[in-house]
Ligand binder design. Sequence first.
Ligand code: FES
Ligand code: FE2
Length: 407
Amino acid sequence: MASIVETDAPTREIPQGTAYGRPLQQPDAALTQVGPGTPMGELMRRYWQPVLASRNVTTRPREVRILGEDLIIFRNGEGQPGLLYPRCMHRGTSLIWGHVEPDGIRCCYHGWKFAVDGQCIEQPCEPNPHLCRPEHRQPWYPVAERYGLVWAYMGPPERMPVLPRFDSLEPLEEGEDYLAFDNSLGSHGDMNGPDVVPYSWLHMNDNVMDPFHVQVLHTTFSGTQFVREFAVMPTVEFEEIDGGVIYKAHRDLEDGRHVNRVSTWVTPNVMCVPDVAMRPGRPNGIGFSVPVDDSHSRILMCMRTSLTPDGRRPMRGLEAEKFKPWHQRTVEERQDQPGDYEAQAGQGPISLHSEEHLVTSDKGVAMQRRALRRAMDTVAAGGHPPGVAFDDADATIHLPSGNYYSG
Ligand code: FES
Ligand SMILES: [Fe+2]
């Protein structure tokens, strides 16, 4: 009987590096999980986080999800914003069906009324409707407004810092006002995808310390989405600053000038990118990559800008402004000219960090992640994370970003 083993078979080349038998890959849970009690969730909760643009917080209650928590946001008739746990403390229906009154929100079911600080101020079915017990308080979070944004503090009350200020947003110059966006679109003239993007906050956070993708994705791969100057591959230095990381991307331009483009990232999710039309000087805006939950996020932005007479932001002369808005583009058009949304959504809802291969050009990303780990350790050890202040005199965060020309 013939053997089935071909002992004298010619030597064949065995394919290497195939996909067969790969180990299961994992996200980095410490960096991406943001719910209560997780290391990153607790770090994020030590900072005021922007929730929505002020203009989108109205007397119509609205559901909002942030840091993995479902909440109701509204503005009472006196103009004060409120952020409450959604399930009415009486018997649990949602306050999304409530009606806003001058001093609070009234639950639809039995009419309990809650002030913006959660205190129950009326129980109309009770013998004495205004004699509410102090412990009848709907869970709530402190909110504040600045720069056209509504901010929330969702951390331990005794550790609540003062609301931050950012030097690139102050002072307003003659004719300027603040313009804020909460729909992930403001930065790229409607290039960026849906309001809430279906991926981890870390994708955008990584992106801001990645000066090289600007040359590839935004210029040589997809055509010029910003300006031609980005076609020059930059020489980049990354530097640690107090509580953050900056990069200095140097380019020698065709016209003989040299430009040093400085971007700043500050713990945990503050992004300050210079003007993408490469106008000289410091930028007039900042952004935040805010976790909605582990696998969704929202990019909020705020800028100082002089508005056109009809209240619109002037166009910035970017190539992106000639493109079709993201919502109108076909899949094929998005394949032909992908932008940040495609690249970041392409990384999946939560990237598989165990299969990444970080190289020299990812140094900024590695530095950010180290800074985040240090800050998480500080919080876990009972300390204050970098950048929080407890006195208004110390509240201003310095952002050295800008397009600096010479030659
Ligand atoms: S469930 Fe809200 S008042 Fe009864
Ligand atoms: Fe980008």
